[in-house]
Design a protein around this ligand. Structure first.
Ligand code: NAD
Ligand code: UGA
Length: 373
């Protein structure tokens, strides 16, 4: 199949690309290398696939480009490009969430409609649910796809708006869509704003871990390869068409339990700084994955400890390489951003100095000749 993957250089996107190529598909990736986090991490994400003969990368912004360039001739779209991040979605950055999450999705849906695609897979989020009160007598709510969505963050609002658009195009245009609600994804390549990446970073630099709230919040952490597996299956499986499906790891735990595991894995006990709960952060996400199992006949298989071992191994190499790069950059004189006027002045000074030296040399020679005569 010819598949377009948006957000191809991102954490999840780059791994989806690798998986689809391994399955023999022809993949075109689009990514704007958004400034939300470093270009160098995204370039590293893409290294394993860049030279693959069936992979083509288009660096462009989906909000601005003519989509026909990448959609025409495509049979399926896996739409992962977005402005992610729950806690940063307040305030002046909200326009980025509206553009990259809502408007880009609508634009892609319109283009897909015109090109009669066989599949449109949308990366939705557990953030669409918000904080759901548990039923009486239970500690936490188990979220199933019928649960009413009340997002608690601006990010969640935009992911829900885009998911609703996807459902509308399915209803009105019979577009073969699938929306997968990912739950806090982790593993090698994780975004630098996310909890485990930040914790590993702190452990490696012997710094205190910053914990928002009391650390008792629950997350249904999902290993990236388990997400990739379902995304790849949803491109070809007809059973998922028109559906919204939870994609949670299946073994939720509190943040403190996950931190204890990381401490055991790294062999280090860390200092912890507790800060106030961040606005937009929900208390608990616990996915009901009955529908996922029914449709795909499988469920996520990576235990949190095993996944954390893999992320810790990756982080050690990644942070080491990053630190080395920083050390080299710190020693190199800046080459870019040189003020042209300053440069011209320096050249003029140098010329004048050379001229003065030549003049002085000539004068000395003349004096010597005169005294010899
Ligand atoms: P990511 O930031 O690593 O990847 C997103 C990519 O999209 C980035 O490389 C970015 O440059 C690109 N992008 C953003 N706007 C673009 C635009 N206008 N044009 C072209 N490219 C653009 O994020 P991720 O964690 O890999 O998330 C991928 C998707 O999964 C997102 O839709 C996110 O909302 C969703 N999701 C992620 C998680 C998670 O835990 N990581 C959980 C739920 C849902
Ligand atoms: C994650 C992703 O960042 C979102 O893009 C995604 O849509 C969402 O999952 C989802 O499942 O829908 P989040 O659950 O906040 O959001 O994931 P993390 O960033 O890994 O945070 C997990 C918890 O750790 C949060 O309660 C957060 O406040 C906390 N945290 C994070 C800290 O205590 N300290 C930190 O340094 C970072």
């Amino acid at each position: 199949m010819k598949i377009l993957v948006t957000g191809a250089a991102g954490f999840i996107g780059s791994r989806v690309v690798a998986r689809l190529l391994a399955e023999g598909h022809e993949v075109m990736g689009v990514d704007s290398f958004d400034i939300y986090y470093s270009r160098s991490q995204k370039e590293k994400n893409l290294m394993p696939v860049l030279l693959h003969p069936k992979f083509k990368l288009v660096e462009d912004n989906l909000a601005e480009m003519a989509l026909v360039k990448v959609v025409k001739g495509t049979e399926a779209i896996v739409h992962l490009a977005a402005q992610p991040g729950v806690r940063g979605s307040w305030g002046s950055s909200f326009h980025r969430y509206v553009t990259n999450n809502i408007q880009v999705t609508q634009k892609l849906l319109e283009e897909s409609k015109a090109n009669k695609l066989k599949r449109f897979v949308y990366a939705s989020s557990s953030s669409v649910y918000g904080d759901i009160a548990p039923p009486e007598g239970q500690d936490v709510a188990v979220l199933n796809e019928e649960t009413a969505c009340k997002p608690r963050s601006p990010y969640g609002v935009t992911k829900l708006a885009a998911e609703s658009l996807v459902q509308l195009y399915h209803q009105e245009y019979k577009m073969p869509t699938v929306s997968l609600r990912f739950f806090s994804v982790y593993g090698p390549g994780q975004r630098p704003d996310m909890a485990f990446n930040r914790f590993c970073h702190s452990i490696l630099h012997d710094a205190a871990l910053t914990i928002y709230g009391d650390g008792k919040q629950v997350r249904d952490f999902t290993y990236v390869d388990d997400v990739v597996e379902v995304v790849a299956a949803s491109v070809t499986s007809d059973a998922a068409v028109g559906e919204v499906v939870n994609l949670g790891g299946g073994s939720p735990c509190t943040l403190m339990e996950a931190i204890t595991m990381l401490e055991e894995i790294s062999g280090k006990t860390c200092a912890k700084t507790f800060l106030e709960r961040q606005k937009g952060d929900v208390f608990s996400t616990r996915a009901d994955i009955t529908k996922l199992e029914r449709i795909f006949g499988a469920k996520p298989k990576t235990a949190l400890r095993d996944g954390l071992v893999k992320q810790w191994e990756w982080m050690q190499k990644f942070v080491h390489a990053e630190d080395e790069e920083q050390a080299i950059k710190a020693q190199v004189q800046p080459i870019t951003g040189v003020d042209e006027a300053v440069l011209a002045e320096a050249k003029a000074d140098e010329k004048a100095t050379r001229k003065a030296a030549r003049k002085a040399e000539k004068a000395t020679k003349t004096k010597t000749t005169e005294s010899n005569n």
